[in-house]
Every structure is written in C-alpha cells, then in structure tokens.
Design a protein around this ligand. Structure first.
Ligand SMILES: Cc1cc2nc3c(=O)[nH]c(=O)nc-3n(C[C@H](O)[C@H](O)[C@H](O)COP(=O)(O)OP(=O)(O)OC[C@H]3O[C@@H](n4cnc5c(N)ncnc54)[C@H](O)[C@@H]3O)c2cc1C
Length: 400
C-alpha cells in the first residue's frame, strides 16, 4: 500500500489520542482527523473511579494538553460521532453529516457499561465517562444509601470512594467474593476484608432480580433500599460501527485483529478495549480492557498505520488503588487452573501473588510492594523456569 495521506481515527479516548500523537511524533504530516463522541478532549479513565470520585482532584488526567492537537495539526472533532463507515468508498460519515475520506482508518471506540433490566430508571447510574464520575461524586454528597451491583474493579473502587464520602455502601454480586474470577479466593479475600474493615456491606452469592424505584430486589427474595444504584457489571466493546461496516468480529465480542492490530480490512486497524488481538505470546485471541493496553497499542499501531508490519507483543498490565491498598498486575492467569504462590503476607496486605503454569509465571500481582516491578515484568515476559520456593524466598531480580 502507498504511504497514507489521510488517516481517520474514530474514538478520542486513550487509544485513539495516543495513536494520533504518535503518528505526528513519527513525522506523519498528512491529514489526521480524530472523531470523539464526547465534548471533552481526550482523557484517561482510571481517575474517574479513584482520585476524581474520591474528591482529591477535579480534573481527569488529560491525554495531552489543550493546545496539543491544534499545534500538531490534529483535527480533533470533540462532540462528533462517527455514524457510518463506507468501506468501499473509504469514507467515514459523522453526526454532523460531514464526510471524511481515508487511506487508513483506526477504530478506537472503547467500551460501554453493560446494562441490566431497570438500569435506565432515574436513580440508577453507570460509570464510564468524566460526566458520569462528576455526577456520581455530586450524588455522594446528597445520598445516604448506595447499592453497587457488581464487585469487579469499578464496583470495588467506587465502593471505596463512596465510603470516603460517608455513604452507606452495599455491594451485590452473584459470585462469592469481590474480584473472584480475576484473583481467585485467597487474594479476593484480601479485598473483601479490606472493604469490610472500611464499612462496606456485602450481599455475595446473590443475583439481582430487579431494580425498582428506591430498591434493588435480590434473587434470594430480599430487597435492599437504595437512594442510588450503581450498575457496575462490566463493559461491552463498542463494535456496532465495525460490525455494520462488515469487519470481522471475534467470539469475545471485539473487533478481530491480527498480531499487527489490523482488522479483516487491510487498511483498517483497531486498538484498545475493542481490539481482540491474535496475540503471538499466548497463541490465541486476547482482548484487554485496561489502560496500559490502550496506551501501548495506540503507540504501537502508529508505525503499522504508516506501513509497518510489527506484531504487538506486550503482555497485559493493570493497576488499582482502593483505600490504602495499591496494586499492579502483569500477565494473564487462569485462577482456576494456574497455581497461586504468595510471597509476603496476605494479612498485612503486603505481598506479591504469582500464578504458575508448568513452572513458569503466567501472572504476578504486587500489592503494596513497590520495588519489584521490573523483576515481575521480566519473570512474566521471560517465561523463566521457577519453583514456588524460589518465588517465595529468592532475590527476584536475580531470579528474573
Ligand atoms: C471508571 C474506570 C476506571 C478505570 N480504571 C482503570 C485502572 O485503574 N487501571 C486500568 O488498567 N484500566 C482502568 N480502566 C480501563 C481503561 O481506562 C480502558 O481500558 C481504556 O480507557 C480503554 O481505552 P480505549 O481508547 O480503548 O477506549 P476509551 O478510553 O473508552 O475511549 C473510547 C472513546 O471513543 C468514543 N467513541 C465511541 N464510539 C464513537 C463513535 N462512533 N464516534 C466517535 N467517538 C466514539 C467514546 O466516547 C470514548 O471517548 C478504567 C475504566 C473505567 C471506565
């Protein structure tokens, strides 16, 4: 394919904005249009359930300064959605009726909160955008009882923030412990205890039968009174446009991309939450809904949009902060089949959890331990042969 002169990016979040900035950083001087459905310039989502919701800050972390896009000739159209992709004509139509022709197209439309029946009533919220976060924080000042449906990362982080605001919080989930499916029972127990100590009430192992005005009905026949309900039952990739345009979707719901992040159309790429990548390291499709993935894929795809063929090889990484607990997770483990090894003290909430398969570390999570990041990355990425004893006792940099 010849060098592109017109690149269109759909989605002005972390992945899309990082790709745009990297394209300019690599010397691309053709047309560059970024369409963003939100009125705000691109920002990062993690503070929305942490610092911003806690009230520690009033601004999110912006991906780039306000003047950056103009100064770098990036035609950022905030408040403008892409509504149609005409693949044959290589054209994107936006919500103003404007048409943008492209030589290369990048899809970076992110995710949207999964919904459930009753979630569209007043008094029920989700948390995805800056406006959601500010509205939720405002509500914390006026309500007494919050019911959070979903004990995943967003549900637990929102619970911690609501407790800081003095709100009475109950978290409902059908699983037996918060974050259970990602962390397994031992490590999930650490999070459960932390929240219990901070006054969170749990209704675990219980489904939601319905949301009504002022109450959440549970499948065990009981009801929880709620001034506000936060639905935090996961996110779904926004793939409607890609689907309508005829690009292949993967079984996990994302847009199918190859190792180089290219979709089933050779001139179209996808990054971030929507990208279901065939990941050479894992030999299967991986779709990662995390900050580092959107940022790193956004940086990586720029070279491929300009004609490169480089596979994206990074392993997943994410972080969370809840009360006095901070953690980072690297890799990809199956907690049902990979063996857990703990270095440090679960009860003190100062430890590193490793997951092992066939004598290799598939994932490592440091909790309130901050001097091991490089060694943990090397252990996960290097596929080093290790024993549980070494992981518990040995000098980690030397082991890696
Ligand atoms: C509250 C919250 C907290 C999080 N905390 C963490 C964390 O602590 N650690 C971590 O690793 N990850 C965290 N994440 C996840 C992480 O932020 C996401 O994985 C990452 O932002 C995904 O980036 P993205 O570019 O794929 O999508 P997004 O950042 O969602 O950006 C997509 C953008 O595309 C826009 N868009 C969608 N459709 C269209 C269209 N048709 N036309 C134009 N624009 C469109 C959307 O409005 C949106 O602005 C958090 C997510 C949330 C919601």
């Amino acid at each position: 394919m010849s060098d592109p002169r017109r690149i269109v990016i759909i989605g002005a979040g972390l992945g899309g904005a990082t790709a745009a900035a990297t394209l300019r950083g690599r010397g691309y001087d053709g047309e560059l249009v970024v369409l963003g459905a939100e009125q705000h310039r691109p920002y990062e989502l993690p503070p929305l359930s942490k610092g911003l919701l806690l009230g520690d800050t009033d601004e999110p972390d912006w991906v780039r300064d306000e003047g950056f896009y103009r100064e770098h000739g990036i035609d950022l159209r905030a408040g403008t959605s892409a509504t149609h992709i005409d693949r044959g004509a290589r054209m994107v139509v936006d919500s103003n009726g404007d048409e943008h022709s492209f030589d290369r197209l990048l899809l970076a439309t992110g995710s949207q909160p999964r919904m459930m029946p009753g979630a569209d009533q007043p008094g029920v919220r989700t948390l995805r955008t800056l406006d959601d976060s500010l509205a939720l924080r405002g509500a914390f000042a006026t309500i007494e009882r919050l019911v959070i449906i979903g004990a995943g990362w967003i549900g637990t982080e929102a619970a911690a923030a609501a407790r800081r605001h003095g709100v009475d919080v109950t978290v409902v989930d059908q699983v037996a412990a918060p974050l259970l499916t990602v962390l397994g029972p031992e490590v999930a127990g650490v999070f459960q205890e932390l929240h219990s100590e901070n006054g969170v009430h749990w209704r675990l192992g219980t489904g939601v039968a319905g949301i009504e005005e002022g109450a959440v009905r549970l499948t065990d026949g009981t009801s929880l009174a709620a001034d506000l309900v936060l639905v935090a039952v996961g996110a779904a990739p926004r793939v409607e446009l890609a689907h309508a345009a005829g690009f292949d979707l993967a079984d996990d719901g994302g847009v199918a991309v190859d190792a180089t992040l290219r979709t089933s159309a050779p001139e179209v790429y996808a990054v971030g939450d929507i990208a279901s990548q065939f990941h050479p390291r894992y030999g299967k499709r991986v779709r990662v809904e995390h900050w580092a993935n959107a940022k790193n894929q956004g940086e990586h795809v720029a070279a491929n949009l300009l004609g490169g063929e480089e596979p994206y090889l990074r392993s997943p990484y994410f972080f969370s902060d809840q009360y006095s607990l901070g953690c980072e997770y690297r890799g990809l483990a199956n907690v049902d089949t990979h063996r857990l090894v703990v270095r440090g003290d679960l009860a003190k909430r100062e430890f590193i959890a490793f997951w092992l398969r066939a004598g290799q570390v598939t994932a490592a999570m440091n909790v309130n331990v901050w001097d091991a990041g490089d060694a943990l990355k090397a252990l996960v990425d290097g596929q080093v042969a290790v024993t549980p004893e070494q992981l518990r006792e040995a000098d980690l940099p030397a082991l890696a």
